[in-house]
Design a protein around this ligand. Structure first.
Ligand SMILES: Nc1ncnc2c1ncn2[C@@H]1O[C@H](COP(=O)(O)OP(=O)(O)O)[C@@H](O)[C@H]1O
Ligand SMILES: [Mg+2]
Length: 383
């Protein structure tokens, strides 16, 4: 534990209440000038920090604690602010036994946030009943807990997604070993389905790896200048065979050059993902439009992928970029989807400091637009 300084507001006239503590031993250090220093130090702790006396009354509270609870909490009993019996009982135990403890509790007021409280006893050596007897350091664990839950959900979802094709492959193998052992036609059919399921597992693993790679890089901002117009044209070319198979025409409308700062492979992956979705979920007879625009006044480059499919209901829009979120699981599966495409897109764009906007009208289609800053000076060709 980091050694810390405590102080006694009740006894500011003299140095007796000023002590230096670490987790090994308490040591009296009479330094009159360190009273304001201790004050200043405790004020700078970003987490709420409170001192209570043996009766549980607040002796001092730093700025974070005053912000969380009440501006004037000194002199009040701590139970006015924290109602959880677990923490109040533990403070009594810690004062009695001298052994520090950590407990977690939930505060119902303020949106039900979860805190972890580390309570340490203070041997002030003062006979005074109002001397600090325990120090309480709080840590807001709400976001951390939310992240932990998201991570656990992700592992559970990924395992489930992988287990489904694996279960069907196992089922086919058992059938081939048993009832279909001598049935040539059934063998051919089942081997074909096994291959399909193996491909599905492969796509899932590729997407999971891709997502984890992008996530690992998310805080490294790219530095090279690339041309979004060229990327749009190249992505369309790469998707030609997929669009031909669906009889879907891709139209590109882009200026000669649209310079942005980015990673070419990753931006290509974004555009390909968006085109692939437009092919899969759009109406093939109406084609797809890929449009790059430069807004010179706002110094932004935008790239839109527009389809004319059945559209997406509004309630789904904010959740589309969540991992494994699909409007229709059945449709996504039958189209070879993994539910990870837009999560990968979101993370790549996050790394690029780019925005993603989704506009959709039921029965009319969907437009995904990415927007990012122009890189460098705009050339005449670009404008
Ligand atoms: N252009 C689109 N039109 C309609 N729905 C779409 C479109 N793009 C994405 N979606 C919906 O968003 C979901 C998530 O997309 P994505 O993350 O790429 O996963 P996948 O395509 O593998 O299912 C899709 O399953 C689909 O329901
Ligand atoms: Mg997709």
């Amino acid at each position: 534990m980091i050694p810390f300084v405590i102080w006694n507001r009740q006894n500011q006239s003299g140095p007796a209440g000023v002590e230096q503590h670490d987790d090994a031993a308490a040591q009296v250090a009479p330094q009159p000038q360190s009273v304001p220093l201790a004050d200043a130090l405790v004020e700078t702790i970003p987490d709420p920090f409170v001192l209570v006396d043996a009766g549980g009354r607040v002796v001092a509270a730093n700025a974070a604690a005053r912000h969380l609870f009440a501006a004037r909490m000194t002199g009040e009993h701590l139970s006015q602010q924290i109602r959880a019996p677990s923490i109040l009982d533990t403070i009594g135990d810690v004062i009695e036994t001298g052994v520090a403890r950590t407990v977690s509790f939930e505060r119902r007021t303020g949106g039900g946030r979860r805190f972890e409280a580390t309570i340490s006893s203070i041997a002030s050596g003062l006979p005074d009943e109002t001397a600090p007897a325990a120090a309480i350091l709080l840590r807001d664990m709400t976001d951390r807990q939310h992240l932990d839950r998201m991570r656990a959900d992700f592992v559970a979802n990924a395992s489930h997604e992988l287990r489904t094709p694996l279960a069907s492959i196992t089922g086919y193998i058992e059938t081939l070993q048993g009832p279909a052992r001598t049935d040539q036609a059934a063998q051919d059919r089942f081997l074909g389905r096994m291959l399909e399921q193996a491909h599905r597992m492969r796509r899932l693993i590729d997407d999971l790896l891709s997502l984890s790679r992008v996530e690992m890089n998310v805080h490294r901002t790219p530095s090279s200048v690339v041309d979004l117009s060229e990327i749009a044209r190249y992505a369309c070319e790469m998707m030609t065979s997929a669009s031909k198979a669906e009889d879907c025409k891709i139209r590109v409308d882009a200026p000669a050059a649209a310079p942005v700062t980015g990673d070419r492979d990753e931006l290509l992956q974004v555009v390909q993902n968006l085109i692939e979705n437009a092919i899969k979920y759009g109406r093939s007879d109406k084609g797809i439009d890929v449009i790059v625009r430069i807004d010179a006044a706002r110094r932004k480059v935008s790239l839109s992928v527009r389809d004319y499919g059945r559209g997406i209901a509004e309630e789904h829009l904010p959740r589309l970029t969540e991992r494994f979120y699909r409007v229709s699981e059945q449709e996504s599966r039958s189209r070879g989807g993994t539910g990870l495409g837009l999560a990968i897109v979101k993370h790549i764009l996050l790394r690029h400091g780019a925005d993603l906007d989704i506009e959709s009208r039921i029965g009319q289609g969907t437009t995904f637009t990415i927007a990012m800053p122009v890189a460098g000076e705009l050339s005449a060709a670009a404008e």
